[in-house]
Design a protein around this ligand. Structure first.
Ligand SMILES: Nc1ncnc2c1ncn2[C@@H]1O[C@H](COP(=O)(O)OP(=O)(O)OP(=O)(O)O)[C@@H](O)[C@H]1O
Length: 294
C-alpha cells in the first residue's frame, strides 16, 4: 500500500526528527502504519528504530516534524487504543505473573484475559523468577488484553527460541487479520519477510521502503563456487572487497563479477563466479555502506 492511499493511518510520522545536541537519532522520517498491515522497521543497532517508536507513541518529543497516533497528538486516550511491548518489556518484576496481568488489565479497563498454559504454570511466581521467553509471552499477552487497534513491538523475539518465535508471529498475523495495525522492529530477516511492508532505517534516516522485493530492487551479489572457500575468502578480504561467508558459501554484495574474478585469479584460485539477486541483509549492508560515505 503506498503512502497516502488506503485507510487512515493509525500512526504517522511526518518529517519527524529527534536531535540530541548536533546528533540526529531520527532525521526527517515520514512513515505510516495503517489498519490490518504489518510494518517492519529494520536497521542496524543505533539506526534510530526505538527513538522513532518513542516519537510515534508520544514517549519522546520531536525536535521538528510531527508524530500522530489515531490522527491526533499522542495522549492518555490514544494510549488506551495501543498495545506496546518495549525492548525492556515494561513488566513489574517484583509482582507475580497473575498480578502483572491483573494490574495492567485494571489500568486499561480490560477484563482479565487468559494466560497461556506455560504462563498459567508460573502464575504465582514473581516475574523476576521466570525466564526471558516467558516474560516476553507475558508482555505480549498484556499488550493484547485490551484488543488494541495498534500493536507496537520493539524486538519482540530477541532471545526467544524458534518455536516460541513462530507462535508469536502466528499471533501477530492473527492480530493483523482482525484489523490491527502492527509496527515491529526486528533483526531477523525471516521475520522481516513476514511483514507486509518494510521501512529500512540507517543513521536516523528512512532510506528505503516497500516490500522485500522493492527494497532489494536490482541489487545483485556474486556467489563464488570453489573447494578452496577459506583461501578464497581470505584473498577477497585482503583485496578489500565486501566478502561474507554463509556456511561455506563465499558471497560479495554489489560487486561486479569481473572484479571478483580478477582478485581470485591474482591469488591463484580457480573458482566459478555467478551473479545472483542480493538478499535483504546484503541490501541493508550496501545501503549502510553508502550512507556511511554520504
Ligand atoms: N537520550 C539519548 N541521548 C543521546 N543519544 C541517544 C538517546 N537515545 C538514543 N540515542 C542515540 O540515538 C541513536 C539511535 O538509538 P535507537 O535506540 O533509536 O536505535 P535502534 O535502531 O533502536 O537500535 P537497537 O537496534 O540497538 O535497539 C543511537 O546512536 C543512540 O545512542
Amino acid at each position: 500500500m503506498s503512502a497516502g492511499s488506503g485507510p487512515r493511518p493509525l500512526a504517522e510520522a511526518a518529517s519527524v526528527s529527534k536531535r540530541y545536541g548536533s546528533f540526529a537519532a531520527v532525521d526527517e522520517v515520514s512513515m505510516q502504519v495503517r489498519p490490518g498491515e504489518i510494518v517492519g522497521l529494520l536497521g542496524a543497532n543505533g539506526a534510530g528504530k526505538t527513538t522513532l517508536i518513542k516519537l510515534l507513541l508520544g514517549l519522546a518529543v520531536p525536535t521538528s516534524g510531527t508524530a500522530t497516533l489515531f490522527g491526533q497528538a499522542p495522549d492518555r486516550a490514544t494510549r488506551r487504543r495501543l498495545g506496546y511491548v518495549p525492548q525492556g518489556l515494561g513488566l513489574w518484576e517484583a509482582l507475580t505473573v497473575a498480578q502483572n496481568l491483573h494490574f495492567a488489565n485494571a489500568a486499561f479497563g480490560a477484563a482479565d484475559s487468559h494466560l497461556t498454559p506455560a504462563l498459567e504454570a508460573v502464575r504465582d511466581r514473581p516475574v523476576s523468577a521466570i525466564g526471558l521467553g516467558l516474560q516476553r509471552q507475558l508482555a505480549f499477552t498484556i499488550a493484547l488484553a485490551h484488543t488494541p487497534e495498534l500493536l507496537v513491538l520493539d524486538e519482540p523475539t530477541s532471545g526467544v527460541d524458534p518455536l516460541s518465535r513462530a507462535r508469536l508471529w502466528d499471533a501477530v498475523h492473527a492480530e493483523a487479520d482482525r484489523g490491527a495495525g502492527i509496527l515491529v522492529t526486528t533483526h531477523y530477516m525471516q521475520e522481516a519477510q513476514q511483514c507486509d511492508r518494510l521501512v529500512l532505517m540507517s543513521r536516523g534516516r528512512a532510506v528505503a521502503e516497500g516490500t522485500e522485493k522493492d527494497i532489494i530492487g536490482t541489487t545483485t551479489a556474486c556467489e563464488v563456487d570453489t573447494d578452496q572457500w577459506s583461501t578464497a575468502f581470505d584473498a577477497l578480504d585482503r583485496a578489500e572487497l565486501p566478502v561474507t561467508l554463509a556456511g561455506r558459501q563465499v558471497r560479495l554484495a554489489d560487486t561486479p563479477p569481473e572484479t571478483v574474478r580478477t582478485a581470485l585469479t591474482a591469488a591463484g584460485i580457480s573458482a566459478q563466479v555467478h551473479e545472483v539477486p542480493a538478499t535483504l541483509e546484503e541490501k541493508m549492508t550496501v545501503i549502510d555502506r553508502a550512507t556511511a560515505h554520504s
